[in-house]
Design a protein around this ligand. Structure first.
Ligand SMILES: Cc1ncc(COP(=O)(O)O)c(C=O)c1O
Length: 402
């Protein structure tokens, strides 16, 4: 289902604090931080030429975040970056002088980190990033997971030395519980979602994501005409759309936000014309997108820079995972976890619906940009759905990377 953005704010400039979070200078700073990270490498931009020919567009480029910083998803860019930024700020306050990133591992800064506990709620990927950031700087982390987070995902976070806390209920319950306990214990919440009165840290998390857009723009021969990005609370969609709008101005692409039909909080907010919390439905296979309330900052950005919102069904997400694993023609295989290929599911749905295709002006000259936001972050689930292990699929990958 497709809904064009009818908000009175549509195509208005971003509010100055949001523009400052997502602008070019901020993204350059993120990349500077990234270059100091062990295991940092640009992720591939994969061209799906055969698929583009099949559906009648000029090109499909997929930024494949499956190997980002060894964490398996783009979330590696956000949480850990915010933890490092927060530690340096705390060190400046305690040492009473400016502290540069190059001092991150100095004894003085390590001593400040040893006193710091960062906490968050997670579906899996964000918590892994926060825990990795805490371990990197020598601090502690406490990660809250709801009942639906698989044991495999919990173990993957625990490997970074995090204290793992199970919470009954859904993702939103875990967000509330993390905030409550952190307040009680004096921990710093590093959340990937924001709410009234809590915007700055989630803004840093979103700022971290802009690095993937910078890389992609350098990897592309020319900017895209269309972008489809999947959304949980809307952070990645807002970071990509906001940064592209600032960088490209009037030449920015048509931007579409794609929600799971069972957890369509951005779509319903667009329909209502304001940020709304939706009722819980059945769990979705798109586990990382199962959010019922948009991030306040992300919504504010998307109301201005998203052009359309759409929903996709469970079968669509499963079918794109299989399609990316067993691609058409000479396209390389991509290992996409349950939430990774959802932008492509949105594109395929829009192409198949003449009214949506016309409304989005998709045609033979369209250059579409997508993000495979995760690899097989839950390998057994991946193998169950695709019928092959992630490594068997990855071994088929190779040709076609730009
Ligand atoms: C793999 C993956 N894709 C997409 C998203 C959605 O990101 P956001 O919640 O910022 O909208 C997430 C969030 O955890 C994720 O892990």
């Amino acid at each position: 289902m497709l809904l064009m953005n009818e908000s009175p704010e549509h195509r208005q400039p971003l509010e100055p604090p949001d523009a400052a979070v997502l602008d070019v200078a901020a993204a350059a700073q993120v990349e500077r931080y990234l270059r100091t990270r062990q295991g940092h490498a640009q992720t591939p931009l994969v061209s799906l030429r055969s698929l583009a020919g099949e559906i009648g567009v000029a090109g499909i480029l997929v930024k494949d975040e499956g190997q980002r910083l060894g964490l398996g998803s783009f979330k590696a860019l956000g949480g850990a970056y915010a933890v490092i930024r927060l530690l340096l700020e705390k060190a400046e306050a305690e040492l009473g002088r400016p502290v540069d990133l190059s001092e991150l591992h100095s004894p003085g800064v390590r001593a400040v980190a040893a006193q710091m506990t960062v906490a968050c709620a997670t579906d899996g990927n964000h918590g892994r990033s926060v825990a990795q950031g805490a371990q990197l700087v020598g601090g502690r982390s406490a990660i809250f997971v709801h009942a639906g987070v698989s044991a495999e995902r919990v173990a993957a976070i625990g490997r970074f030395g995090a204290e793992m806390i199970r919470v009954a209920g859904t993702y939103d319950d875990s967000v509330r519980e993390a905030a409550r306990v952190a307040h009680e214990k004096g921990w710093t919440i590093v959340s990937d979602t924001s709410w009234p009165g809590y915007e700055r840290i989630p803004g840093l998390v979103m700022q971290g994501y802009t690095a993937l857009v910078r890389e992609a723009l350098r990897q592309m021969p020319e900017p895209p005409t269309h972008v489809f990005i999947q959304s949980g609370v809307g952070g990645i969609a807002a970071a990509v759309a906001g940064h592209l709008a600032i960088e490209l101005g009037e030449k920015r692409p048509v931007f579409v936000v794609v929600d799971p039909a069972r957890a369509a909080c951005l779509f319903e907010s667009a329909r209502a014309g304001r940020r709304v919390t939706i009722a819980h439905a059945e769990p979705t296979v798109m586990a990382m997108l199962e959010c019922y309330e948009p991030s306040l900052v992300a919504w504010r950005v998307l109301a201005r820079v998203a052009d359309a919102f759409m929903t996709v069904d469970e079968d669509d997400a499963i079918s794109v995972m299989k399609r990316l694993a067993n691609p058409a023609g000479r396209d390389p295989a991509i290992v996409a976890g349950e939430s990774g290929g959802v932008g492509l599911a949105g594109l395929l749905q829009a192409i198949a619906d003449p009214a949506a295709k016309a409304a989005l002006r998709l045609d033979g000259s369209s250059r579409v940009f997508l993000v495979n936001t995760e690899g097989a972050t839950d390998p057994s689930k991946y193998a169950e759905i695709v019928g092959a292990t992630p490594s068997a699929v990855a071994s088929r990958t190779g040709a076609g990377h730009e």
